[in-house]
Design a protein around this ligand. Structure first.
Ligand code: GCW
Length: 661
């Protein structure tokens, strides 16, 4: 099959032409992952230097893979001293990550291997680093903006050259696992764990395994009814329990080494333990017991809320739902259960506070769930580099105990003292030629993998790395793309929903401006704007949401003076005349940011036009098309949102700019 897709950050653009050089590589020990590491080095080095790479004996090789039992799982040490380079690790995965790290460093340093002097030891910050795909068996992707599924087509599993390249990309970014199917399990996906699919799944799993990636499968809670002939899925029913135990045995016999199951229960129409009067610990633990003999994990999603809630009611608050459902169960989950929690209490909006559940749970293992598929952040038509946002989330101190309590600490299990936890990203990939629709969206795929592996990295470092690896050493390209990436999230936020309000987009599709558009708000608007005020009072005098935070944070959010202004309307209901610290009132802030955002989106386009001739033609053409659309869409957002508030208040822009288009 002719390759019709790009290599993204594994392009390995030429550093120096060295056709006469031969680099030898040798390993102290063998294994399928070590073998992949060798082939990755060979491929990368031959492309970077046009040299030859061959295998040799350990004593004489230029690059040596050494065993160091002292290093923790998946960790590596690289010691490059001009004429010799060693990659040491305690396990095979460490060698693979070390090999990718060496290739990365050579591109950062832009020098030949024998000139590199560099030492680095890294152990991944998070044990779980997962890509979560919402792919459906027919081949479409829920909230997918980069083409069709890489894993499924017409209810069949795809195992091909592209599966290997996907695994290479994921492993090189630092991921170590993936869920391949949508947690809204439907149609043929119900049979994923049956004879119908074991053979191709096992072939796919073998590819992933070679790149250190664990395969996970999303299952439906009512499988015993859908696949078996039981009349209940009650987790306390002995027949249900033994059905799952038999199923787990069969699954692991066919797919040894499988990572485990993911479950979305009692959420958005999905069935779960509530239907039987049971709670989520009953449900998760029943499954956990079934998979425990095989080392399987249960990734239990916490996205549980009443999507039909009455918004006129000022006490029921969707933001409170996650905490209300799961806090009473803290400490009740088995050791092979990990709760997967969205970063915010709502749903991947452009701005939200950190979910209070993350600071609440003291005895439970957690997986932070972020969304790199840009459902609410421009759907990969707009550029929105999300790493600055993820950095803020991870750095948020939840002030919840005397020990380290930043989100990054809590997901690593520093508070609960248990070994599992980490980061999961709702994937943004598909079978588009560039994998991610927008070429710049690949920075989110690369970036969240890197950050999950090394939680100390800055979004700036990651952006520069990604640009360098993808487009080579081109200062002008780097300057422009770096600037656009770093400004993209703030710019997107400016022309979208202001000050933490969220939504204001078309229902269902979640794209394009629609101030009253939240689909579940049939009882009223999400932002509750009227002619005098807007926002939701989530203080203890309002919905009481702020009480879900530890005292210091509660205090911060509760007081309108100290509440971070970018989220002020998430926490407070305020008159349009309320003065922000910038000296502007809320209405003028909305007008100004929307004018600015649209203007900056237009500047992105002209800056990209300055890169004509410097980027590959197809990349430039795709980018040009997307940035043109972004400029037009940003103008539309500006006009629709500004007009909405102008009509609501009757107060014109202080600077006399035209609001009603
Ligand atoms: O954001 C919402 C999406 C749904 C998605 C759900 C979830 C898979 O609109 O499409 O369903 O989140 O996280 O489960």
């Amino acid at each position: 099959m002719k390759k019709t897709w790009t290599n993204c950050w594994l392009e390995y653009p030429l550093i120096q032409d060295q056709p006469d050089v031969t680099i030898t590589v040798a390993s102290e020990w063998d294994g399928v992952i070590i073998n992949r590491a060798y082939h990755e080095l060979k491929r990368g080095l031959e492309s970077l230097y046009h040299c030859q790479v061959t295998q040799a004996v350990v004593t004489t090789a230029d690059i040596r893979f050494l065993k160091d039992p002292g290093l923790s799982a998946e960790g590596y040490t690289i010691n490059a001293k001009k004429d010799s380079c060693t990659i040491s690790a305690g396990d095979e995965k460490g060698i693979l990550y070390g090999s990718f790290a060496l290739l990365r460093q050579l591109q950062i340093a832009q020098c030949p291997l024998h000139e590199l002097t560099w030492q680095e030891t890294k152990v991944p910050s998070n044990p779980l680093r997962l890509m979560i795909h919402w792919d459906n068996l027919p081949g479409d992707i829920e909230r997918g903006y980069a083409g069709d599924s890489l894993f499924f087509k017409n209810n069949h599993i795809l195992v091909n050259e592209r599966s290997i390249d996907y695994a290479r990309l994921a492993a090189s970014a630092g991921f170590n696992g993936l869920v391949i199917n949508n947690s809204n399990v439907a149609g043929a996906a119900i049979e994923l764990i049956s004879d119908r699919f074991y053979a191709p799944l096992s072939r796919l799993q073998e590819i992933f395994h070679q790149y250190g990636l664990k395969l996970f499968i999303a299952v439906d809670f009512t499988m015993p009814m859908l696949m078996g002939d039981l009349e209940t899925a009650d987790p306390t029913d002995p027949d249900v329990q033994s059905w799952w135990q038999r199923k787990a045995k069969e699954v692991w016999e066919n797919l040894p080494g499988l990572g485990g199951f993911m479950v979305k229960a009692d959420s958005e129409g999905r069935p779960g333990p509530y239907a039987y009067g049971k709670n989520h610990a009953d449900g998760a633990n029943m499954l956990a017991d079934a998979v425990a003999p095989y080392g399987g994990l249960i990734l239990w999603r916490c996205f549980v809320y009443d999507c039909q809630q009455d918004w006129r009611d000022t006490v029921t608050d969707r933001a409170k739902a996650g905490y209300d459902h799961y806090m009473p169960l803290d400490g009740c989950f088995r050791d092979n259960v990990v709760l997967e929690i969205k970063n915010g209490p709502m749903d991947f909006q452009v701005r939200e506070p950190v979910s209070p559940l993350i600071g609440g749970l003291a005895k439970t293992q957690m997986l932070l769930e972020v969304q790199i598929t840009q459902e609410y952040t421009g759907q990969q038509r707009h550029v929105c580099y999300l790493l600055p946002w993820f950095r803020q989330i991870l750095d948020q101190d939840m002030c919840c105990w005397e020990g380290p309590s930043k989100v990054s600490d809590l997901i690593q299990g520093k508070r609960c003292g248990k070994p599992l936890g980490g980061i999961s990203a709702i994937a943004n990939t598909g079978n588009d030629p560039n994998w991610t629709g927008h070429d710049l969206a690949a920075a989110n795929f690369y970036g969240i993998g890197r950050l999950a592996f090394d939680i100390s990295l800055s979004p700036e470092t990651i952006a520069r790395e990604w640009i360098r690896l993808t487009y080579g050493d081109q200062p002008k390209v780097e300057e422009v793309l770096f600037d656009i990436l770093m400004n993209s999230w703030p710019v997107y936020e400016k022309y979208n929903a202001p000050l933490g309000i969220g939504w204001m987009c078309n229902p269902g599709f979640h794209y394009g401006p629609n101030p009253n558009g939240y689909e579940y708000s049939r009882w009223g608007t999400y932002h509750r704007a009227d002619h005098q005020a807007l926002g939701i009072d989530r203080t203890t005098a309002g919905t009481g949401y702020t009480a879900q935070y530890a005292p210091n944070l509660q205090k911060l959010y509760e007081d309108v003076e100290t509440c971070p202004e970018e989220m002020i309307l998430f926490f407070h209901r305020l008159p349009y005349s309320y003065m922000l610290k910038t000296g502007k009132n809320i209405l003028q802030h909305i007008y100004d940011t929307h004018f600015e955002g649209a203007e900056q989106a237009a500047q992105f386009l002209s800056r990209i036009e300055g890169l004509a001739g410097l980027l590959p033609d197809d990349v430039y053409a795709r980018m040009h098309e997307r940035f043109t659309l972004q400029k037009e869409n940003a103008e539309e957002w500006r006009d629709v949102v500004n007009t909405f508030f102008y009509r609501m208040t009757g107060i014109p822009d202080e600077h006399g700019r035209t609001i009603y288009p």
